[in-house]
Design a protein around this ligand. Structure first.
Ligand code: E4P
Length: 224
């Protein structure tokens, strides 16, 4: 099943999109949480209230060595929420991912900038892989190409990791990763809104209203 996430801790935006889209959960990182000004103790119950108790919340470890990351992950798993532990794919992060997977902790391998880095995280058992599409593009490389190549390697080797691309700055990047067959995506609120905004839509809707009201006034369809 495809999983749609919001890449935000903004409760107003989470409520807005929960009303119109099938939001599976949210992804956060230390910068997002620091920017929101609220910690997990406040955020988690509010997100569960908005999205329901089945919502999946991706939370990144901030520990700086593998022991600390695993300890942190174990604490996160004790909380009464469906938390996926985000671990940056560094050498230390890969050690932590391997250890977390021996304890069946759900893991998102994050900060993926290359196909090979993502492939190694998948080999270590990561459940989700988050390539940073726009950050890769901004470095002069091809973010959507990294996603497509990684997806084909995962398919070829039948690895369980699900691609959950992150870091988008335009809807074309979103379309390209969807075409590559990813199983999940996380969108910043602005990009989520742009996906259903098209300059031709509102004029078309206005014309329908105008034509209808010219003949039927304020009647609803079943009253005509
Ligand atoms: C999400 O998991 C990533 O941390 C995030 O999408 C990075 O996005 P940015 O490049 O817009 O900061």
């Amino acid at each position: 099943m495809f999983e749609l996430y919001l890449d935000t801790a903004d409760l107003g935006q989470i409520s807005r999109f929960a009303a119109c889209l099938p939001v599976h959960g949210i992804t956060t990182n230390p910068s997002i949480l620091a920017g929101s000004g609220i910690g997990l103790a406040e955020l988690l119950p509010k997100v569960a209230e908005i999205l329901g108790d089945k919502a999946v919340i991706h939370v990144q470890v901030v520990g700086e060595d593998a022991d600390a990351m695993v300890r942190e992950a174990l604490h996160l798993q004790e909380l009464p929420y469906r938390i996926v532990v985000k671990v940056p794919v560094t050498e230390i992060g890969l050690i932590a991912i391997k250890r977390m997977k021996t304890r069946n902790i759900p893991v998102l391998a994050t900060a993926i900038y290359s196909v090979q880095q993502g492939f190694l995280a998948a080999l270590c058992g990561a459940d989700y892989l988050a390539p940073y599409v726009n950050r890769i593009d901004a470095m002069g490389a091809n973010g959507t190409g990294v996603v497509a190549d990684l997806q084909s390697l995962l398919d070829r080797h039948r690895l369980v990791g699900k691609l959950l691309p992150a870091s988008f700055k335009n809807t074309q990047q979103v379309l390209e990763v969807l075409k590559a067959g990813v199983g999940a995506i996380t969108l910043p609120p602005g990009i989520a809104a742009e996906l259903f905004a098209h300059p031709a839509v509102q004029p078309a809707v206005n014309r329908f209203t105008q034509d209808w009201q010219a003949v039927f006034g304020r009647k609803l369809s079943f009253e005509s």
